[in-house]
Design a protein around this ligand. Structure first.
Ligand SMILES: [Zn+2]
Length: 389
């Protein structure tokens, strides 16, 4: 990397290095060269993808973007709006200044194909099932929600895609990229950058798909400034490819209620982000246990092949519910268990117990755990002469 000396960044078309499509993205922290690779389809050498990759660095560093290659007129218009929304949400960003760029008229390719981003989670399955008759392609991006070196889960996802493609007669598109480090350098992944990152991946499929669904992270009433949002995802569109943010009408529990009747979902559901070697879902993190609890309350946990069938209540009691979304999901699960007559179950008691803990009690527990962690590391350092995590 080298320091960028100018007040503007120049958009460049990507180039191929063997089977990898490589972009050169200028930033104040030097030039990033993320790659994208797809064995299923030929990725588009898209200057529009270069614009999306350059958006957060330019907004963060307050640099103009220019281009010698014409860029989709509609996308330029949309990205100005996108940047205005983002800069109103997050004060560290400035509105985009797009100068000396000639507009190009993007045209629909009318491929008749519709994609949906798909991780195997509750949101993904909900959107897939809801638009089952329309969706022809599911898209998974290796290097976004899981790290590229998480090889065992990468293989498991490829196998999941192969099976779903066969059973549902759809195409499963896998893209591999190391671009997350660029996005993370200019915005936290969940809060600011994963939506535009999906936008880049979809842009590379322009000409293969007309429309791409982006499964929502939150229900309408819980919407907040977030990387993928119904106000910003559609602005990554133009005539060539349209993005549709989908699923805000349903809560998390309502989505589980829809997917619980799908054999595909019960066979392949994957919600876990924890890295546990060899595990598809760890079955022990808050997200896993929250989903398992919904399925338990609906009477389908035993039918789900990707989770343990026993819920560890002791593990639930160890969680600290500090975020409003975690507390909301817990409340939803408690209401669901009440409607199923499970108020006297130990699972209900465990969730109620942690929901009832005050913020100050949670804080004391967190502080105690942090002290014990430091003590443990110090002991290992002294006696074993090495640092432990
Ligand atoms: Zn988990």
């Amino acid at each position: 990397m080298h320091e960028a000396p100018t007040a503007e960044f120049i958009l460049k078309k990507p180039h191929w290095v063997q089977d990898r499509l490589v972009f050169d993205i200028e930033s104040s922290r030097g030039t990033f060269s993320p790659y994208f690779k797809c064995d299923t389809l030929k990725l588009q050498e898209s200057i529009e993808a270069s614009l999306l990759l350059s958006t957060l660095p330019a907004m963060c560093d307050s640099r103009r973007l220019t281009s010698e290659t014409p860029v989709s007129e509609s996308l330029l218009h949309n990205m100005r709006q996108f940047s205005e929304i983002f800069s109103s949400w997050f004060p560290e960003y400035h509105a985009l200044e797009l100068t000396d760029i000639s507009g190009d008229q993007a045209v629909s390719r009318n491929t008749g194909r519709v994609g949906s981003f798909f991780t195997g989670g509750v949101d993904s399955f909900y959107t897939f099932i809801k638009h089952r008759s329309e969706i022809t392609d599911l898209i998974y991006v290796h290097g976004y929600d899981l790290q590229l070196d998480d090889l065992s889960r990468r293989e498991a996802i490829t196998e999941m895609g192969r099976q779903i493609a066969e059973e549902a007669n759809i195409r499963f598109i896998e893209i591999e990229t190391d671009s997350q480090k660029l996005f993370r350098a200019f915005g936290e992944w969940g809060l600011k950058s994963h939506g535009i990152a999906l936008g880049v991946a979809g842009r590379l499929l322009a000409g293969h798909l007309d429309k791409i669904y982006v499964p929502s992270s939150f229900a309408e009433e819980d919407l907040m400034p977030w990387g993928s949002h119904p106000d910003t995802d559609p602005l990554l569109s133009d005539e060539t490819v349209e993005y549709v943010h989908d699923g805000c009408e349903a809560s998390r529990v309502e989505k589980v209620q829809v997917i619980k009747d799908s054999a595909l979902a019960l066979d392949h559901l994957r919600v876990c982000w924890e890295r546990v070697e060899g595990a598809y879902n760890c079955g022990a993190c808050e997200k896993c246990l929250r989903t398992m609890t919904s399925m338990y309350a609906m009477g389908v946990l035993a039918e789900c092949k990707t989770f343990p069938h026993k819920i560890d209540e002791k593990r639930i009691r160890s969680f600290l519910l500090t975020s409003s979304s975690a507390r909301k999901f817990t409340n939803e699960n408690l209401r669901l268990m009440e409607s199923s007559g499970l108020q006297s179950s130990s699972v209900y008691a465990a969730w109620l117990k942690i929901l009832s803990r005050s913020d100050s009690h949670n804080w004391r527990i967190w502080r105690y755990r942090r002290s014990m962690g430091k003590l443990k590391r110090a002991i290992h350092k002294v006696f074993l002469g090495r640092k432990v995590e």
